[in-house]
Every structure is written in structure tokens, then in C-alpha cells.
Design a binder for this molecule. Structure first.
Ligand code: SAH
Ligand code: SF4
Ligand code: F3S
Length: 452
């Protein structure tokens, strides 16, 4: 059915899980003989990998889809695929809303793309949203970077935060076997990758669904064990992970990060709110005191660690005082980066049905106040880099100044310096930081690092 003249395009919305899924689906399409095209209007197969975390993310998908549906009326051979979280949430409804769609597939079905597409090419319209056990990835992802790579360790989420659609759309937790994860990392190392980011919606839940035992007769039940198990893969120089949940974040994990040299001193630990009553209403399972304690312990072990997080303003019933508690937490902790969002009621979540919803004006106003504080604090945090020598792993060029290369510090600050990408790509360079901005740095190269 497919020939080399067939082209595919993927647009990815949403989080790192979706990005990782898109890379695997791109791998499947390449195996099937399709070539990637940047331009959706030039593609025979269009795949939208969608996000539904907030209403605006979902609406964006419909406007993209509308354009391609129109195109299909003129080019009936165009294949339109909607994958990811909107696909899972809407299922059949998507087909009645946009009948031009050929395939609706939830996130758990990403690795089945070839099988599903073959059914489409036989003339079927397919909806694949039933819960399944995720099959091990047997394809070769087409990864966007040649230096850094995502590695899924656990799919799904068993939490029930009252605002969140993720458990509905990503299904129950499914941990990959430690051996499969290690094999993937070894393969990445053979391909020349230098940095990996281990992924899970709630990565601290890793292992709790795994049966029995594993290598060396030891029970590998948690994420800290996994870090020890994969840390020594030769060639991999940096290890990151996301997302951490304060409810399960342990001192043992913090100790492991301090002890294992490849693990970068950057922690992404969303707190969502600085108010205990709201945290309870969100069903987060910790208090703001516990959150502060975690950050305190991290900084005891790793004084320079970067901390990033997510926060929501305007959750149902949030009072001025409760919002001030979030502001106070942000002021006290000093985040290196904070992703902020106004609460958006989502279908199928408990909080969406509560009557104490706030107006859009209040939400927008609070979001603006919080964002202002976030940049001030991030600028303060950036100051500590001025004049310091930082290790930067070079990933690409600075899109605004192509005489400069771009990479990240261990703390995950974006850093630019003059250099030639062809020579430096994948290298760790010691860079003296000469300019700081809230979320990025500029410096001068000092010398190449000796790999660990
Ligand atoms: N698993 C991660 C977060 C996944 S969703 C965790 O537990 O923290 C990414 C972020 O989107 C969340 O941290 C939250 O800040 C935000 N988010 C989720 N649902 C939202 C909603 N209904 N409205 C606004 N923001 C939301
Ligand atoms: Fe959503 Fe909570 Fe799961 Fe994070 S832990 S994905 S916020 S339900
Ligand atoms: Fe969005 Fe799905 Fe990720 S809803 S944030 S793409 S898990």
C-alpha cells in the first residue's frame, strides 16, 4: 500500500509523554516506508497527538483538525489520525464531530500504530480506546534529538487529583520492566546519546505494579532502585527524571541523587497550591509543610539543586488568602522555573462539578500576579550562575543567533555560547557564565569536560 512517495506529518501537543509517544509513532511510520514532512499540507498521513489537560489545549486540536478535514474533502486519500489524550477522552464522539477522521487512538495504543493503520488502509474507520496492557516498544523511535532522549519508565497514573484528566486518559499505572528500560538506555548509548530523561506522570510510583522479583534476585520495587540499576550504563553522562510527586518523594531518593554522579541536580516537583485546605480539596495527599520539608532536604544534600514545579491558580473555592499562601510558597522557595496555569474544569473530573467555581477574571488576575513573582524569583535564582563555570551539554544552535550553540547546565538552565555545532554537538563543555536572564544564560567556553 505504501511507497516511498508517501509522506507523514505529526503535530504534538501537551507534555513529554506525548512527545515520547510521537517519537515512537514516527518510528513506526518510518518503518512502514513513510518519510517525514514538516508541512502538514504536503503529507498523505497526518497525525495529531493531542492534549486535553486544559480546555484551550483541547480547542487548539479542533481548529487544526478543521483545516485538514476541509482538505480531505478535496483529497480523499488523505489519512487523518487523532492520537493521544483528546482521542482517549472523546473516542467515537470525535468521529461524529469530524467524520473525516480515519483513526482515533488513545495513548495506550501508540505502539500499535502499524496494526491500526493497516486496518484503515483496508477501508475501515477505527476507534482504539479500550484499556490494554501496553506492549513493549519493539519499534525504533525517530527521536528529535541526537543528544538527549526520553525513556518511559511508567505509563498511566493511579492518583485521583480532583482537577486532573490524566488518569482518565492515560489509564492505570503500568511500569516497564527494569531490564527493558536498561536495554533501551544501552541502545541509546550505542547510538551516541549522552543524556536521558526518565518519564512518568508520577515517577515515584514506579515499580509498585511490578510482579515479583528481578535481576540478582533483588526485588526492584521502586524508582530509587531503578536509578541504581541503570546508572552505570556506559556512555550516558546525564540522567534526569520527571515528574515527581511530593506524596511519595523519599529521602532515600534524594540521597541516591546526591550519591550518583550522573543524576542531574534538578527536580521537577509540582506543588499545585501552597494552601493546605486546597491541597486537600485537590486530593494531593501532602501539606505545604511537607513540600517545604522535601525542598529543604534536597537543599541539605545538594545546596545548588534547581527546583521547578507546576502550580494552579483559581481552583474552585480558592480565597484571596489561599491564593496568598501559594504566592508565599513561591516567594519562600525560589523556584528556578514554575509552570503556572489557571484552573480549567475538565470533563469527568470531580472538581469540574463543584459549584464554587471562580470567574475567569479572578483566575486571570491571579495568574498574572503569580507569573510576575515567578520571573522575579527566577531572575534572582539565575544570579547565582554569574561568573561561575558550568558544565553545558551541547544540543543544538541558538535559533536567534546561529553563531552560538545551545545546551543546558546540569540544573537545566538553557545556556548559549559561541561555538561550532558540528564540533561540539553531544560534548559537555565548561562554560564561564557572563550574562544571566531569568530563564537562560550566556557564557564563554573554557574547556571540554572529561566524560564520567
Ligand atoms: N503528573 C504531574 C502533572 C501532570 S499534568 C503531577 O502530578 O504533578 C501537568 C500540570 O498541568 C499539572 O501539574 C497541573 O499543574 C496542570 N493541570 C492539570 N490539570 C489541570 C486543570 N484542570 N486546570 C489547570 N491546570 C491543570
Ligand atoms: Fe494528574 Fe495527579 Fe496523576 Fe499528576 S498525579 S497526572 S496531577 S492525577
Ligand atoms: Fe496533556 Fe495527556 Fe500530557 S492530557 S499533559 S498530553 S498526559
Amino acid at each position: 500500500m505504501t511507497t516511498n512517495s508517501q509522506r507523514y506529518h505529526i503535530t504534538t501537543f501537551g507534555c513529554q509523554m506525548n512527545k515520547a509517544d510521537s517519537e515512537r509513532m514516527a518510528g513506526v511510520l518510518e518503518e512502514m516506508g513513510f518519510d517525514f514532512t514538516e508541512d502538514p499540507n504536503d503529507a498523505n498521513v497526518i497525525l495529531y497527538n493531542t492534549c486535553t489537560i486544559r480546555d484551550n489545549a483541547e480547542q487548539k486540536v479542533y481548529s487544526y483538525l478543521g483545516r485538514q478535514a476541509k482538505r480531505k474533502q478535496k483529497e480523499p486519500n488523505l489519512t487523518i489520525i487523532v492520537a493521544g489524550c483528546v482521542a482517549q477522552q472523546e473516542g467515537e464522539t470525535l468521529l461524529s464531530r469530524v467524520p473525516e477522521i480515519d483513526l482515533v487512538m488513545g495513548p495506550q495504543h501508540a505502539n500499535r500504530l502499524q496494526d491500526l493503520l493497516e486496518q484503515v488502509f483496508q477501508g475501515n474507520q477505527i476507534v482504539a480506546t479500550e484499556p490494554i496492557e501496553i506492549i513493549e516498544d519493539i519499534t525504533k523511535p525517530r527521536r528529535d534529538s541526537e543528544v538527549t532522549a526520553w525513556v518511559n519508565v511508567i505509563y498511566g497514573c493511579n492518583e485521583r487529583c480532583t482537577y486532573c484528566v490524566v488518569p482518565n486518559v492515560r489509564g492505570i499505572e503500568q511500569s516497564r520492566r527494569p531490564e527493558a528500560i536498561r536495554e533501551e538506555i544501552e541502545e541509546l548509548s550505542r547510538l551516541g546519546y549522552k543524556e536521558i530523561t526518565l518519564l512518568g506522570q508520577n515517577i515515584d510510583a514506579y515499580g509498585r505494579d511490578l510482579p515479583g522479583s528481578s535481576p540478582g534476585g533483588r526485588n526492584l520495587y521502586n524508582f530509587t532502585d531503578l536509578l541504581y540499576f541503570i546508572h552505570d550504563v556506559p556512555g550516558i553522562e546525564r540522567i534526569r527524571f520527571a515528574t515527581s510527586h511530593p506524596r511519595y518523594f523519599t529521602e532515600r531518593l534524594i540521597r541516591a541523587c546526591a550519591e550518583l554522579p550522573k543524576i542531574c541536580e534538578h527536580f521537577h516537583i509540582p506543588f499545585q497550591s501552597g494552601d493546605n485546605q486546597l491541597l486537600k480539596a485537590m486530593a494531593r495527599g501532602y501539606t505545604q509543610e511537607k513540600y517545604r520539608q522535601i525542598i529543604h532536604t534536597i537543599r541539605e544534600y545538594m545546596p545548588d539543586a534547581s527546583i521547578s514545579a507546576d502550580a494552579i491558580v483559581g481552583f474552585p473555592g480558592e480565597t484571596d488568602e489561599q491564593f496568598e499562601n501559594t504566592m508565599k510558597l513561591v516567594d519562600d522557595i525560589g523556584f528556578d522555573l514554575l509552570n503556572t496555569a489557571a484552573y480549567s474544569p475538565r470533563p469527568g473530573t470531580p472538581a469540574a462539578l463543584w459549584e464554587n467555581q471562580l470567574s475567569d477574571e479572578i483566575k486571570a488576575d491571579r495568574l498574572q500576579q503569580l507569573n510576575r513573582l515567578v520571573s522575579v524569583k527566577a531572575a534572582e535564582r539565575s544570579q547565582r550562575y554569574l561568573g561561575r563555570i558550568e558544565e553545558v551539554l551541547v544540543e543544538g544552535t541558538n535559533s536567534k543567533d546561529t553563531s552560538q550553540v545551545m545546551g543546558r547546565t546540569r540544573g537545566n538552565r538553557l545556556t548559549f555560547f559561541s561555538g561550532n555545532l558540528a564540533e561540539l554537538k553531544g560534548q559537555q563543555v565548561k562554560v564561564k557564565i557572563t550574562q544571566v536572564r531569568p530563564f537562560s544564560l550566556t557564557g564563554e567556553p573554557v574547556e571540554l569536560c572529561i566524560p564520567v
